[in-house]
Each structure stands twice: as structure tokens, then as C-alpha cells.
Design a protein around this ligand. Structure first.
Ligand SMILES: Nc1ncnc2c1ncn2[C@@H]1O[C@H](COP(=O)(O)OP(=O)(O)OP(=O)(O)O)[C@@H](O)[C@H]1O
Length: 264
């Protein structure tokens, strides 16, 4: 289990400290799908970067199965957590295949090169994301949405226990958004703990994800999507008057939809 306990997240310079999130506690279980909601600038990326050790933890603890992530080496951490960033520009014009194969880094010792087995896994994951035919294209010359799919394939290739995704649907067209959501739901069913941020609360309903709502520096709540995403929450978080419509479907499932109108 990945656990944050009273975590204080932010930026510490030589003379000043900027706390963005203060006292965040939640856990992500293997096989759980968690959607993190929060307004722009609330601290979602800061949280990911702290979990991954790119930013120092300013207080509290971050643990995997009871062990502090700060005590893990880079390859040990990479076997536990894969990350899909919002933006990524590699320093060289690698091919799509090379970028995806980089996900095997933690599994290949520094003195050896990737083996046929690593290449097979990379190809399988490209196929899964529908980008195998792009394998020889230059990563810096493909579209933003295509890059997003490549980064997801790279994270899958890492075969980590947990995947953290920073707005994975932000550059994707409607069809690719739905396919990506289906894919991450499937990953969770396969036992991976998947956490994704989204600016579309609908995505939490669509995927039956649990939700962590980050409302302010000190106000957070986690629970089932239908309990957390309320009309009041949408007003507090997005300053929006919206209605949540509940529809009973024939197969006894319930569908929740967020309805908004543009008013003068
Ligand atoms: N390098 C930095 N130094 C100081 N403050 C920073 C730095 N990077 C980000 N911040 C601040 O941290 C806060 C949280 O930013 P963060 O990028 O984590 O938000 P976010 O929730 O991911 O936003 P968005 O939804 O817009 O991507 C913001 O106020 C931002 O200005």
C-alpha cells in the first residue's frame, strides 16, 4: 500500500519555504483506481513530484508497505512506482520505441542493454495503447496526444506496482480519452494501484474510481465518487453551479452525469 501520513508538501529554498499542501493523509491500495480532483494550482503535481523524490518532503511520511520512499534507491522506487507526467521533452530525438523501452530502465542493470524480453514487453504495451504502428517515428515530431499515449505505454512497460498519472487525458481526443479511461480501469482490475488527476469530475464517475478531493491547503476528503462529488463540492472547488443527475440503467447500474449551463 502507498501511504501519505500527515504529508506537508511544497517548496523549500535556502531562505524561504512555501507550503502548498499541509497534513495530507490517504492511501492507495494495489488494485485501486483513485482520481484526484482539485482546481488549477492546488498542488497535485507537487504531490506527485514529492512522492517520486524530485521534491523534498517538508513534513510527515510517505510509505510503501510501511517503508519510507526516501530510503529506496531510484531503481527500487521505479519498480514500485511509474509516473506519467503532463509534459515531457526528451533531450534527444528518440524514436517512439526507444522512449517506451526506457520504461525497462529499472529492470536492466547499468552494464547491460535491454534484452529481447524487454523489447517484447515494450511492443506489447505499445500495442495495448494502439501506437505500435508508430514505433519508428521520432517522439519529438508526433502530436501532444500521441506523446501522451507513448508516455502511458512507457509507464506500463516499467511494470511497477503503482502508476501515478498527471492529467493523462488532457491532450487526448474524445475517443482516445474514453479508451484511456477503459485501459486504466483494466490496469486497476489487474492489481495495479492507479492514481490519476483530472479536471473532469465526470471521469471519476465513468471509471467508478475512488476520489481524493483537494479543496485547499488543508481541506481534503477521500471516498466513493458519488459520496465525494456533490453539487456543493463543485461549487466550492470550481465556483460552478452544476447539477448532478442520477440515472438508473437497465442493468441496475447507476449513471451519474454533471450538468452545467453557461449563464450570462
Ligand atoms: N518550482 C516552484 N517553486 C515554487 N512554487 C511552485 C513551483 N512549482 C509550482 N509552484 C506552486 O505550487 C502550487 C501548486 O502547483 P502544482 O503545479 O502542484 O498545481 P496543480 O494542482 O498540479 O495545478 P494544475 O491543475 O494547474 O496542473 C502553485 O501555486 C504553484 O505556483
Amino acid at each position: 500500500m502507498l501511504e501519505l501520513k500527515q504529508a506537508v508538501l511544497g517548496y523549500a529554498g535556502k531562505n524561504q519555504k512555501k507550503v502548498v499542501i499541509d497534513g495530507l493523509s490517504f492511501s492507495l491500495e494495489p488494485g485501486e483506481l483513485l482520481c484526484i480532483l482539485g482546481a488549477n494550482g492546488i498542488g497535485k503535481t507537487t504531490m506527485y513530484r514529492t512522492i517520486l523524490g524530485f521534491l523534498p518532503l517538508l513534513g510527515g511520511e510517505i510509505l510503501i508497505d510501511g517503508v519510507s520512499v526516501s530510503s529506496l534507491s531510484r531503481p527500487e522506487l521505479a519498480k514500485q512506482i511509474a509516473y506519467v507526467p503532463q509534459y515531457h521533452t526528451p533531450p534527444f530525438p528518440y524514436t517512439v520505441f526507444d522512449v517506451v523501452l526506457m520504461g525497462r530502465g529499472a529492470h536492466v542493470s547499468s552494464f547491460s542493454s535491454p534484452k529481447a524480453e524487454d523489447e517484447k514487453i515494450a511492443c506489447e504495451m505499445m500495442e495495448r495503447m494502439g501506437i505500435l504502428s508508430m514505433r519508428n517515428e521520432i517522439y519529438t515530431q508526433i502530436s501532444g496526444g500521441e506523446r501522451q499515449l507513448v508516455l502511458i505505454a512507457r509507464a506500463l512497460t516499467q511494470q511497477a506496482k503503482y502508476i501515478l498519472m498527471d492529467e493523462p487525458s488532457s491532450n487526448l481526443d474524445f475517443g482516445n480519452q474514453m479508451r484511456m479511461l477503459k485501459e486504466i480501469k483494466k490496469l486497476a482490475r489487474e492489481g495495479i494501484g492507479v492514481c490519476f488527476t483530472s479536471h473532469q469530475p465526470d471521469h471519476a464517475f465513468l471509471t467508478d474510481a475512488s476520489v481524493l478531493a483537494v479543496e485547499s491547503e488543508t481541506r481534503f476528503q477521500k471516498g466513493a465518487a458519488e459520496d465525494i462529488i456533490t453539487e456543493d463540492l463543485l461549487k466550492r472547488m470550481y465556483h460552478l453551479n452544476a447539477r448532478i443527475q442520477k440515472t438508473e440503467l437497465e442493468d441496475q447500474k447507476v449513471q451519474y452525469q454533471i450538468l452545467t449551463r453557461l449563464t450570462e
